[in-house]
Design a protein around this ligand. Structure first.
Ligand code: SF4
Length: 331
């Protein structure tokens, strides 16, 4: 090799090298065609470019959350119409997971609007993990902050993934959430990783952040001791009653650039096109798939927000000749 220090974003760059802010920014600023070409090339080297992993998300405990995430309709700080519920019973969760499997999901994600799970809820969470796992699905939970012990308990129950988004850059984080810190988030991610659970962590575009915040968010994720296996990139759905109800929409090209950058900076991670898909055109989603997104949530709702639903997704995947990944294809 002529160049002993391959440029980030080339196929020789590995995810183990630390990314610098300048290298990430240089990629982001490339002419759009060059950025997409590079991202798609790296995508092809690491994944079948025509496979999309499908997950389904169930809200197992809705609303009344003591955190003040500015984008969220489930925060008790916001005047939204979301009614707080108790934790769903395990039998209902398992029945819903069975339906999700029939619809083609390979991963079942369960989310609770908590700051962190209470000790009294842990047994129910364990039984949900065990029950969903017994169906042959991958399991994912998103329950807020986890202690080291809780992460180990859920790992022993068979939890495959834990979702805990860092949302944005460390600099912008206090504009989004004030009831916990960016470091709190990283601490939970460390507990999850140490317990041997795979990490799902990403963020949201459209909170009022600058491009530099979006790039810094990816830098934080890519420079973790191990990058997340799954990186959800959300486009804000402005929720009525939330602090960000009137946020300006994200520019589509800027959004696709961040998908491409995520692919380049975390070549072996699943980049997940998450919230906001209902308001994305099919053409925008197609560009995102080309840029390196290879995972979506299926179903009509995503927590409390709308999601495209089976008919539109089936049609989109068919038109793009994309194939849903099956359980047998899991690595
Ligand atoms: S995003 Fe999660 S932690 Fe934040 S307010 Fe909503 S439910 Fe609570």
């Amino acid at each position: 090799m002529q160049n002993a220090d391959p440029a980030p974003g080339t196929t020789e760059h590995t995810e183990r090298e630390k990314w610098t802010s300048d290298a990430a920014r240089d990629l982001y600023e490339l002419p759009f065609n060059d950025l997409l070409f590079r991202a798609h090339s790296v995508h092809r080297e690491n994944f079948d470019p025509n496979l999309v992993q499908l997950s389904k998300l169930l809200n197992i405990k809705t609303g009344g959350c003591p955190e003040d995430c500015g984008y969220c309709s489930q925060s008790a700080f916001h005047n939204s119409n979301v009614k707080a519920t108790k934790l769903m019973d395990t039998a209902t969760v398992i029945a819903e997971a069975k339906k999700a499997k029939q619809e083609g999901a390979t991963r079942y994600c369960m989310g609770a609007a908590w700051s962190s799970p209470k000790p009294r809820d842990e047994a129910a969470i364990v039984s949900m993990i065990e029950g969903v796992k017994a169906l042959g699905l991958e399991t994912c939970m998103t329950l807020g902050m986890l202690s080291d012990q809780q992460a180990r308990t859920f790992a022993e129950a068979g939890l495959d993934y834990y979702n805990h988004n860092i949302d944005t850059s460390e600099r912008f984080y206090p504009q989004v959430v004030t009831t916990r810190t960016f470091d709190d988030r990283l601490e939970t991610l460390a507990h999850v990783r140490q317990a041997g659970i795979k990490v799902c962590s990403g963020g949201i575009l459209g909170l009022g952040e600058e491009v530099g915040d979006r790039i810094d968010m990816l830098l934080t994720l890519a420079n973790l001791p191990e990058p997340p296996e799954s990186v959800p990139i959300n486009m804000l759905i402005p929720m009525p009653g939330s602090k960000m109800a009137a946020a300006a929409p994200v520019d589509v090209i800027d959004f696709v650039r961040i998908i491409a950058l995520a692919r380049l900076m975390m070549p072996q991670s699943h980049v997940r096109l998450t919230a906001g898909r209902a308001s994305m055109s099919d053409e925008m989603q197609a560009l995102c798939f080309f840029a390196g997104a290879n995972s979506i949530f299926i179903g009509d709702t995503l927590l409390t927000a709308a999601n495209p639903g089976e008919d539109r997704d089936s049609s989109l995947l068919r038109r793009l000749r994309l194939t849903p990944a099956t359980l047998e294809m899991r690595e």
